[in-house]
Design a protein around this ligand. Structure first.
Ligand code: NAP
Length: 330
């Protein structure tokens, strides 16, 4: 099979296209997928850079990055029911999964969902369904979103964040507001994602005026996390879901949580899903519905595997308003 390998930890040029890897076969509970599109996420960049290399179970070079694929079922492992060969699917990976930038991907059947006949473009499907599923888990299991509540989503156009507004609306949120950095305000104007409003995150308090929220989704971290406490009502919940700001020294003052009577929770799919696998089917189903209903529409640029270096350079330089998906060479 073809694959893009990270040959060592380092810059994007460490990614190389190889064409002679053996085709993998599925084990019990797994399926093989003929990949049409592989999602490119910030986590792939972090893995390639070697940022988490010393944590247990993290991939070591050479490895094939990529956590999410779309394609058709190629083969079923023992015990797999409910999927058929040739069916169009999207698969995600929990934990420290890799292997997505390949023409054949081995997925856990339990983390795979059919999109057959749903009319969802596979490049869009792989870019939004896994993140919308993660949004469903975060909103239902961690934020405990109730109908009528107001949701604020930081880094509104980012990969993970883009999964939130449609799913929040499906779950009955009365209003979903996004925040972006100033350079992304024009893109925010043009987005098809179902935000009611998108504001500049530089000075949250003045951008939002008196508007307050019941739930804040924060994959950005740093100073924005602390500023968020000012726009939360008592009883509200902030979900720390990432650290795109790269501010690893940031601390939350727990006495402010007490005074304001607000909650800060963490959500990491890689940690949560292996211990809560029962939440996955409903999350994947909701994500497919959101995508089919046009509630997760985001721009996706498709590049061939041979341009994986460019894809990672653009992720690193933030030279994109939507998502990038990779596709095997013809
Ligand atoms: N909790 C989970 O299970 C889970 C799942 C997936 C990802 N994540 C984490 O979530 C984070 C985002 O991942 P992603 O794949 O969505 O990345 P992404 O597509 O690159 O999006 C990152 C977003 O954060 C914004 N951002 C970056 N640096 C910022 C800063 N200093 N201040 C304000 N905004 C900033 C970006 O805005 P610009 O476009 O303006 O740069 C972009 O909207 C990462 O930390 C990732 O590890 C967590």
């Amino acid at each position: 099979m073809q694959a893009v390998q990270a040959t060592q930890f380092g810059d994007p040029a460490t990614l190389e296209l190889v064409t002679d890897l053996p085709d993998p076969t599925p084990g019990p509970g797994e399926i093989a997928i003929d990949v049409s599109h592989s999602a490119v996420g910030l986590i792939d960049v972090f893995f390639r850079q070697g940022r988490y290399k010393d944590r247990p179970g993290m991939p070591q070079p050479p490895f094939v990055p990529g956590l999410e694929v779309a394609g058709t079922v190629r083969a079923l492992g023992d015990g797999v029911v409910g999927l058929t060969v040739g069916e169009q699917v999207v698969a995600l990976s929990a934990g420290t999964g890799t292997g997505g930038y390949a023409s054949v991907y081995i997925a856990e059947a339990a983390l795979t969902v059919s999109i057959e006949g749903r009319g969802i473009d596979p490049a869009l499907a792989v870019s939004v369904i896994p993140n919308a599923a993660m949004a469903h888990v975060a909103l239902t299991q961690v934020a405990h979103l109730a109908a009528g509540e107001r949701v604020l989503v930081h880094g509104a156009l980012g990969g993970l964040s883009a999964g939130f507004p449609g799913v929040a609306k499906q779950l009955g949120a009365s209003r979903v507001v996004g925040t972006v950095r100033p350079g992304k305000l024009a893109a925010a104007e043009a987005t098809k994602l179902p935000y009611d409003r998108i504001v500049d995150s530089t000075d949250l308090h003045s951008a939002l005026g008196d508007e307050k929220f019941d739930v804040v989704i924060d994959p950005v971290g740093g100073a924005l996390r602390t500023q968020s406490l000012d726009v939360m009502i008592p009883g509200s919940r902030l979900v720390a879901a990432g650290n795109a700001s790269d501010d690893w020294d940031h601390q939350v003052d727990t006495n402010r949580l007490w005074f304001r009577s607000v909650t800060v929770s963490g959500y990491n799919a890689g940690a949560f899903l292996p211990t809560h696998p029962q939440v996955v089917p409903a999350a994947l189903a909701a994500a497919v519905e959101a995508a089919a209903a046009g509630l997760a529409n985001t721009d996706v640029e498709v590049l061939p595997f041979s341009q994986a270096v460019t894809a990672h350079q653009r992720m690193e330089s933030r030279d994109l308003d939507g998502r990038i998906a990779l596709t095997p060479e013809a």
